[in-house]
Design a binder for this molecule. Structure first.
Ligand code: C2E
Ligand code: MG
Ligand code: MG
Ligand code: MG
Length: 280
Protein backbone atom coordinates (compact mmCIF):
# COMPACT_ATOMS: atom_id res chain seq x y z
CA UNK A 1 0.00 0.00 0.00
CA UNK A 2 2.66 2.44 1.02
CA UNK A 3 4.63 1.25 -1.98
CA UNK A 4 1.79 2.10 -4.30
CA UNK A 5 1.25 5.48 -2.69
CA UNK A 6 4.95 6.11 -2.98
CA UNK A 7 4.90 5.24 -6.63
CA UNK A 8 1.82 7.36 -7.23
CA UNK A 9 3.27 10.43 -5.62
CA UNK A 10 6.50 9.72 -7.43
CA UNK A 11 4.59 9.76 -10.71
CA UNK A 12 2.68 12.83 -9.67
CA UNK A 13 5.64 15.11 -9.22
CA UNK A 14 8.48 13.50 -11.09
CA UNK A 15 8.59 14.92 -14.58
CA UNK A 16 9.30 18.54 -13.80
CA UNK A 17 11.21 17.84 -10.63
CA UNK A 18 13.49 15.26 -12.19
CA UNK A 19 14.15 17.50 -15.12
CA UNK A 20 14.84 20.45 -12.88
CA UNK A 21 17.23 18.44 -10.77
CA UNK A 22 18.97 17.02 -13.78
CA UNK A 23 19.34 20.47 -15.21
CA UNK A 24 20.66 21.80 -11.95
CA UNK A 25 23.12 18.95 -11.67
CA UNK A 26 24.35 19.55 -15.22
CA UNK A 27 24.70 23.25 -14.61
CA UNK A 28 26.60 22.74 -11.39
CA UNK A 29 28.88 20.13 -12.90
CA UNK A 30 29.84 22.48 -15.72
CA UNK A 31 30.08 25.42 -13.34
CA UNK A 32 32.64 23.62 -11.21
CA UNK A 33 35.07 23.45 -14.12
CA UNK A 34 34.21 26.72 -15.81
CA UNK A 35 37.00 28.87 -14.37
CA UNK A 36 39.55 26.18 -15.11
CA UNK A 37 38.22 25.77 -18.66
CA UNK A 38 38.35 29.50 -19.24
CA UNK A 39 34.64 29.79 -20.07
CA UNK A 40 33.94 33.19 -18.50
CA UNK A 41 34.40 36.61 -19.97
CA UNK A 42 33.48 40.11 -18.88
CA UNK A 43 31.54 42.81 -20.66
CA UNK A 44 31.74 46.41 -19.49
CA UNK A 45 28.87 48.85 -19.16
CA UNK A 46 29.70 52.56 -19.06
CA UNK A 47 28.52 54.68 -16.15
CA UNK A 48 28.04 58.16 -17.54
CA UNK A 49 27.58 61.70 -16.33
CA UNK A 50 23.85 62.26 -16.76
CA UNK A 51 24.30 65.81 -17.95
CA UNK A 52 26.86 65.31 -20.72
CA UNK A 53 27.25 61.58 -21.29
CA UNK A 54 30.92 61.54 -20.29
CA UNK A 55 32.09 58.08 -19.15
CA UNK A 56 33.04 58.31 -15.49
CA UNK A 57 33.43 54.61 -14.71
CA UNK A 58 32.56 51.17 -16.02
CA UNK A 59 30.88 48.14 -14.47
CA UNK A 60 32.20 44.66 -15.22
CA UNK A 61 29.44 42.10 -15.88
CA UNK A 62 30.19 38.41 -16.15
CA UNK A 63 29.16 36.16 -19.04
CA UNK A 64 29.48 32.38 -19.23
CA UNK A 65 29.90 30.57 -22.52
CA UNK A 66 29.68 26.80 -22.22
CA UNK A 67 29.82 24.31 -25.06
CA UNK A 68 26.74 22.36 -24.14
CA UNK A 69 24.77 24.98 -22.22
CA UNK A 70 25.39 27.95 -24.51
CA UNK A 71 25.85 31.58 -23.54
CA UNK A 72 24.46 32.47 -20.12
CA UNK A 73 23.71 35.61 -18.18
CA UNK A 74 24.66 35.74 -14.52
CA UNK A 75 21.05 35.49 -13.37
CA UNK A 76 21.16 31.86 -14.49
CA UNK A 77 24.22 30.77 -12.56
CA UNK A 78 25.34 33.20 -9.84
CA UNK A 79 22.83 31.89 -7.29
CA UNK A 80 23.93 28.30 -7.94
CA UNK A 81 27.55 29.32 -7.67
CA UNK A 82 26.74 30.99 -4.37
CA UNK A 83 25.13 27.79 -3.06
CA UNK A 84 27.91 25.46 -4.16
CA UNK A 85 30.69 27.82 -3.12
CA UNK A 86 32.06 28.06 -6.68
CA UNK A 87 31.36 31.79 -6.48
CA UNK A 88 34.56 32.22 -4.50
CA UNK A 89 36.73 31.04 -7.39
CA UNK A 90 34.59 32.82 -9.95
CA UNK A 91 34.63 36.05 -7.98
CA UNK A 92 38.41 35.85 -7.69
CA UNK A 93 38.66 35.42 -11.45
CA UNK A 94 36.37 38.43 -12.08
CA UNK A 95 38.40 40.67 -9.79
CA UNK A 96 41.63 39.63 -11.45
CA UNK A 97 40.30 39.96 -15.01
CA UNK A 98 38.74 43.39 -14.41
CA UNK A 99 42.00 44.71 -12.98
CA UNK A 100 44.01 43.17 -15.81
CA UNK A 101 41.76 44.80 -18.42
CA UNK A 102 41.82 48.22 -16.74
CA UNK A 103 45.63 48.03 -16.61
CA UNK A 104 45.73 47.16 -20.31
CA UNK A 105 43.45 50.09 -21.17
CA UNK A 106 45.47 52.51 -19.09
CA UNK A 107 48.66 51.32 -20.75
CA UNK A 108 47.22 52.16 -24.14
CA UNK A 109 46.27 55.64 -22.94
CA UNK A 110 42.55 55.16 -22.39
CA UNK A 111 41.51 57.24 -19.38
CA UNK A 112 39.11 55.15 -17.37
CA UNK A 113 38.91 56.30 -13.78
CA UNK A 114 37.42 53.21 -12.18
CA UNK A 115 36.02 49.74 -12.77
CA UNK A 116 33.16 48.46 -10.62
CA UNK A 117 33.03 44.75 -9.79
CA UNK A 118 30.04 42.89 -8.37
CA UNK A 119 30.76 40.92 -5.23
CA UNK A 120 28.40 38.31 -3.85
CA UNK A 121 27.54 37.60 -0.23
CA UNK A 122 29.68 34.50 0.10
CA UNK A 123 32.81 36.40 -0.90
CA UNK A 124 32.41 38.56 2.18
CA UNK A 125 32.85 35.65 4.57
CA UNK A 126 36.36 35.28 5.89
CA UNK A 127 39.46 37.30 5.17
CA UNK A 128 39.99 36.46 1.54
CA UNK A 129 38.16 39.33 -0.11
CA UNK A 130 40.36 42.11 1.27
CA UNK A 131 43.47 39.98 0.70
CA UNK A 132 42.51 39.19 -2.88
CA UNK A 133 41.66 42.80 -3.64
CA UNK A 134 44.98 43.99 -2.23
CA UNK A 135 46.85 41.34 -4.24
CA UNK A 136 45.02 42.13 -7.50
CA UNK A 137 45.66 45.88 -7.18
CA UNK A 138 49.33 45.24 -6.44
CA UNK A 139 49.73 42.78 -9.29
CA UNK A 140 48.48 45.30 -11.85
CA UNK A 141 49.95 48.39 -10.22
CA UNK A 142 46.55 50.01 -9.71
CA UNK A 143 45.60 52.40 -6.88
CA UNK A 144 42.60 51.46 -4.73
CA UNK A 145 40.69 54.32 -6.29
CA UNK A 146 40.65 52.37 -9.57
CA UNK A 147 38.31 49.79 -8.07
CA UNK A 148 34.76 49.92 -6.81
CA UNK A 149 32.99 46.95 -5.24
CA UNK A 150 29.23 46.58 -5.56
CA UNK A 151 27.54 44.34 -3.06
CA UNK A 152 23.91 43.62 -2.33
CA UNK A 153 21.85 44.48 0.68
CA UNK A 154 22.12 40.87 1.80
CA UNK A 155 25.68 41.57 2.93
CA UNK A 156 24.36 44.23 5.29
CA UNK A 157 21.38 42.27 6.52
CA UNK A 158 23.13 39.00 7.36
CA UNK A 159 25.64 40.99 9.39
CA UNK A 160 28.34 38.31 9.34
CA UNK A 161 30.96 38.84 12.03
CA UNK A 162 33.68 39.78 9.53
CA UNK A 163 31.71 42.31 7.51
CA UNK A 164 32.76 45.46 9.32
CA UNK A 165 36.40 44.42 9.40
CA UNK A 166 36.35 43.54 5.71
CA UNK A 167 34.75 46.88 4.82
CA UNK A 168 37.28 48.73 6.89
CA UNK A 169 40.22 46.93 5.30
CA UNK A 170 38.84 47.57 1.80
CA UNK A 171 38.34 51.18 2.63
CA UNK A 172 41.93 51.41 3.87
CA UNK A 173 43.03 50.15 0.46
CA UNK A 174 41.20 53.14 -1.05
CA UNK A 175 38.55 51.01 -2.76
CA UNK A 176 35.03 52.45 -3.18
CA UNK A 177 32.13 50.48 -1.78
CA UNK A 178 28.56 50.74 -2.97
CA UNK A 179 25.27 49.00 -2.46
CA UNK A 180 23.80 47.55 -5.62
CA UNK A 181 20.07 47.46 -6.44
CA UNK A 182 19.38 49.69 -3.48
CA UNK A 183 15.82 49.54 -2.19
CA UNK A 184 14.93 46.22 -3.82
CA UNK A 185 15.43 43.73 -1.10
CA UNK A 186 15.42 44.86 2.44
CA UNK A 187 15.46 48.06 4.32
CA UNK A 188 19.03 48.51 5.38
CA UNK A 189 18.83 52.08 6.60
CA UNK A 190 20.37 51.29 9.94
CA UNK A 191 23.45 49.77 8.35
CA UNK A 192 23.95 52.77 6.14
CA UNK A 193 25.04 54.73 9.17
CA UNK A 194 27.31 52.04 10.59
CA UNK A 195 29.39 51.02 7.60
CA UNK A 196 31.92 53.04 5.62
CA UNK A 197 30.04 53.14 2.33
CA UNK A 198 30.56 55.53 -0.56
CA UNK A 199 27.49 55.20 -2.70
CA UNK A 200 24.11 53.73 -3.54
CA UNK A 201 22.96 52.34 -6.85
CA UNK A 202 19.33 53.16 -7.31
CA UNK A 203 17.64 49.96 -8.52
CA UNK A 204 16.34 49.85 -12.07
CA UNK A 205 13.13 48.49 -10.58
CA UNK A 206 12.24 52.09 -9.66
CA UNK A 207 14.03 53.88 -12.47
CA UNK A 208 11.84 52.05 -14.97
CA UNK A 209 8.67 53.78 -13.82
CA UNK A 210 9.79 57.40 -13.76
CA UNK A 211 8.60 59.99 -14.51
CA UNK A 212 5.04 58.64 -14.98
CA UNK A 213 4.56 56.21 -12.11
CA UNK A 214 4.02 58.25 -8.96
CA UNK A 215 5.15 55.62 -6.48
CA UNK A 216 8.38 55.02 -8.40
CA UNK A 217 8.92 58.78 -8.44
CA UNK A 218 8.43 58.79 -4.67
CA UNK A 219 10.96 55.98 -4.12
CA UNK A 220 13.53 57.72 -6.32
CA UNK A 221 13.04 60.96 -4.42
CA UNK A 222 13.33 59.17 -1.08
CA UNK A 223 16.51 57.29 -2.01
CA UNK A 224 18.06 60.45 -3.43
CA UNK A 225 17.18 62.26 -0.22
CA UNK A 226 18.80 59.54 1.90
CA UNK A 227 21.93 59.56 -0.22
CA UNK A 228 22.16 63.34 -0.06
CA UNK A 229 21.70 63.63 3.67
CA UNK A 230 24.22 60.88 4.38
CA UNK A 231 26.70 62.33 1.91
CA UNK A 232 26.65 59.24 -0.33
CA UNK A 233 27.19 59.18 -4.07
CA UNK A 234 24.46 57.90 -6.32
CA UNK A 235 24.26 55.99 -9.59
CA UNK A 236 20.92 55.33 -11.31
CA UNK A 237 20.69 51.90 -12.92
CA UNK A 238 18.66 50.83 -15.94
CA UNK A 239 18.29 54.25 -17.58
CA UNK A 240 16.56 53.46 -20.88
CA UNK A 241 14.88 56.67 -22.02
CA UNK A 242 15.70 60.33 -22.45
CA UNK A 243 12.77 61.24 -20.19
CA UNK A 244 14.23 59.10 -17.40
CA UNK A 245 17.64 60.75 -17.85
CA UNK A 246 16.16 64.24 -17.61
CA UNK A 247 14.04 63.35 -14.59
CA UNK A 248 16.96 61.82 -12.71
CA UNK A 249 19.27 64.67 -13.58
CA UNK A 250 16.72 67.17 -12.27
CA UNK A 251 16.40 65.10 -9.12
CA UNK A 252 20.12 65.67 -8.62
CA UNK A 253 21.40 62.23 -9.63
CA UNK A 254 24.74 62.83 -11.34
CA UNK A 255 25.63 59.42 -12.75
CA UNK A 256 23.61 56.79 -14.62
CA UNK A 257 24.03 53.60 -16.56
CA UNK A 258 21.62 51.87 -18.88
CA UNK A 259 20.70 50.96 -22.42
CA UNK A 260 20.10 54.65 -23.26
CA UNK A 261 23.89 55.00 -23.20
CA UNK A 262 25.16 51.48 -23.80
CA UNK A 263 24.66 47.85 -22.74
CA UNK A 264 27.57 45.79 -21.42
CA UNK A 265 30.23 45.98 -24.13
CA UNK A 266 33.05 43.69 -25.18
CA UNK A 267 36.44 45.25 -24.33
CA UNK A 268 37.11 46.51 -27.87
CA UNK A 269 33.67 48.09 -28.15
CA UNK A 270 34.05 49.76 -24.76
CA UNK A 271 37.32 51.27 -25.93
CA UNK A 272 35.64 52.60 -29.07
CA UNK A 273 32.75 53.96 -27.01
CA UNK A 274 35.10 55.90 -24.72
CA UNK A 275 37.10 57.25 -27.65
CA UNK A 276 33.93 58.39 -29.43
CA UNK A 277 32.73 60.17 -26.25
CA UNK A 278 35.94 62.12 -26.09
CA UNK A 279 35.54 63.45 -29.60
CA UNK A 280 32.04 64.85 -28.90
P1 C2E B 1 23.59 44.42 -11.60
O1 C2E B 1 24.94 44.45 -10.98
O2 C2E B 1 22.54 45.23 -10.96
O3 C2E B 1 23.83 44.80 -13.11
C1 C2E B 1 22.87 45.47 -13.90
C2 C2E B 1 22.16 44.50 -14.80
O4 C2E B 1 21.17 45.22 -15.53
C3 C2E B 1 23.04 43.86 -15.87
O5 C2E B 1 22.49 42.59 -16.17
C4 C2E B 1 22.88 44.80 -17.04
O6 C2E B 1 23.17 44.20 -18.30
C5 C2E B 1 21.42 45.14 -16.93
N1 C2E B 1 21.12 46.46 -17.50
C6 C2E B 1 21.96 47.50 -17.69
N2 C2E B 1 21.33 48.56 -18.21
C7 C2E B 1 20.03 48.20 -18.36
C8 C2E B 1 18.87 48.88 -18.86
O7 C2E B 1 18.90 50.04 -19.28
N3 C2E B 1 17.69 48.18 -18.84
C9 C2E B 1 17.63 46.89 -18.40
N4 C2E B 1 16.44 46.30 -18.42
N5 C2E B 1 18.70 46.23 -17.92
C10 C2E B 1 19.89 46.87 -17.90
P2 C2E B 1 23.39 41.29 -16.21
O8 C2E B 1 24.70 41.60 -16.84
O9 C2E B 1 22.57 40.18 -16.75
O10 C2E B 1 23.70 41.02 -14.67
C11 C2E B 1 22.69 40.65 -13.78
C12 C2E B 1 23.19 40.62 -12.36
O11 C2E B 1 24.14 39.58 -12.17
C13 C2E B 1 23.95 41.89 -11.97
O12 C2E B 1 23.05 42.90 -11.64
C14 C2E B 1 24.75 41.40 -10.78
O13 C2E B 1 23.97 41.39 -9.62
C15 C2E B 1 25.05 39.97 -11.18
N6 C2E B 1 26.44 39.92 -11.68
C16 C2E B 1 26.94 40.31 -12.87
N7 C2E B 1 28.26 40.11 -12.96
C17 C2E B 1 28.62 39.58 -11.75
C18 C2E B 1 29.89 39.17 -11.19
O14 C2E B 1 30.97 39.26 -11.80
N8 C2E B 1 29.84 38.67 -9.90
C19 C2E B 1 28.69 38.58 -9.18
N9 C2E B 1 28.73 38.09 -7.93
N10 C2E B 1 27.50 38.97 -9.68
C20 C2E B 1 27.47 39.47 -10.95
MG1 MG C 1 26.09 45.82 -10.17
MG1 MG D 1 22.39 46.75 -9.98
MG1 MG E 1 20.67 43.65 -10.47
Amino acid sequence: DSKRRGRNSWQAFTPELAEQQLHRLQLETHLRRAVHNDEFHLVYQPQVDLSDGRVVAIEALIRWRNRSLGEMRPDRFIDHAETTGDIVGIGGWVLHEACRQLRAWRDEGLQIERVAVNVSYRQFLGDDLANNVGAALAEYGLPGSALELEFTERVLIEDAPDTVRTFTRLRELGVSLSIDDFGEGYSALNYLRRLPIHGLKLSQLFVQGVPDNQSDVAVCQAVTGIARSLGLGMVAEGVETERQRVFLRELGVLIGQGFLFAPGLAPDDLRDYCRAQKRL
